[in-house]
Design a protein around this ligand. Structure first.
Ligand SMILES: NC(=O)c1ccc[n+]([C@@H]2O[C@H](COP(=O)([O-])OP(=O)(O)OC[C@H]3O[C@@H](n4cnc5c(N)ncnc54)[C@H](O)[C@@H]3O)[C@@H](O)[C@H]2O)c1
Length: 271
């Protein structure tokens, strides 16, 4: 299904850990559409994950960067421009982690150092990425920056815990920085709010399978897969969405606009 929608564009893709990652699928699709990019992840994820396989398949270089470190982000952006031979047209922020979720802390017993870590890694890092892109003058005019969010930013999903606050921060940053970057360089900044997806981050939420099945039943089109998400990101990086900015874009098969479905009624009325 390749149409060379991103022919000659350059970018950075954060967050490909393994073949299930949304960023992994996106890298493969973006490559198919004719773009060049560098891949990045936190140093520890590079040691544990399989990013080198992806790098080989995409003919891309890997540059380690912890997305909470301004210094490492500065190195990533300047090095990417050098490797790719010019400024960037797109950036994907596909990063999320909560130590409280990972260690199964209840929402009434959060560790606040970990809470701040959740906010830093999963929310504030998006500001750091955007601010670094501005300070290094890394973006071309009409560039596109996308981060991935989840509907727990607007509605409560108990097991999502402090990640809900991080996603609210993330979406708010897309609006505030989206305004600034549009004025400065016509760069657009959006979040995509994705269906539950079977990845390492997804499976880290307790009760994920029930979560996933419930969303599947509540979405008239069903859950959007990681591949569907990759296609949407390609569109958001393309010139067909030049006037879309400061939005949280629902990519959820209709879940967010649905009150109840026949599937769920049937399930709940079963004896
Ligand atoms: N899986 C889902 O159900 C789902 C639903 C909606 C949104 N999302 C979001 O999609 C994004 C990608 O997650 P995924 O589902 O592909 O899972 P994933 O586990 O494959 O990706 C998460 C990535 O974040 C990276 N990361 C963690 N800490 C980092 C740091 N300090 N610096 C740089 N990178 C760091 C990890 O190494 C990993 O590559 C996340 O923002 C996640 O919240 C996921």
């Amino acid at each position: 299904m390749a149409h060379q929608l991103l022919k000659g564009k350059r970018g950075i893709i954060f967050g490909a850990l393994d073949e299930n990652s949304i960023a992994w699928k996106t890298a493969l699709r973006v490559k198919e559409e004719g773009a060049y990019f560098t891949l990045t992840n936190a140093p520890i994820a590079l040691r544990m994950g399989k990013i080198n396989e992806l790098a080989k398949a995409c003919d891309a270089q890997v540059i380690p960067a912890d997305a909470t470190s301004e210094q490492e982000l500065h190195h990533l952006f300047t090095k990417s421009i050098e490797i790719l031979g010019g400024k960037l047209d797109f950036v994907l922020h596909s990063i999320g982690m909560s130590p409280n979720v990972r260690k199964d802390k209840s929402y009434g017993d959060l560790n606040y150092d970990w809470f701040l870590k959740t906010l830093d890694i999963s929310g504030v890092s998006f500001h750091k990425v955007l601010q670094t892109a501005e300070k290094t003058d890394a973006m071309n005019e009409w560039g596109s920056v996308v981060a991935l969010s989840y509907i727990a930013a607007q509605r409560t999903f108990p097991d999502y815990s402090d990640m809900a606050q991080a996603k609210s921060v993330l979406e708010s940053i897309a609006r505030s920085y989206g305004y600034r970057f549009a004025k400065l360089k016509k760069v657009r900044v959006n979040t995509i709010s994705q269906s539950p997806t079977k990845t390492t981050a997804g499976a880290g939420i307790s009760g994920f399978d029930v979560f996933y099945d419930y969303a599947q039943m509540m979405s008239p089109l069903g859950n959007a897969s990681a591949e569907d998400c990759a296609n949407y990101i390609v569109l958001m990086f393309s010139d067909y969405t030049r006037m879309v900015t400061m939005q949280n874009l629902m990519h959820d098969g209709g879940f967010s606009s649905t009150g109840i479905t026949e599937d769920l009624i049937e399930r709940l009325t079963k004896p």
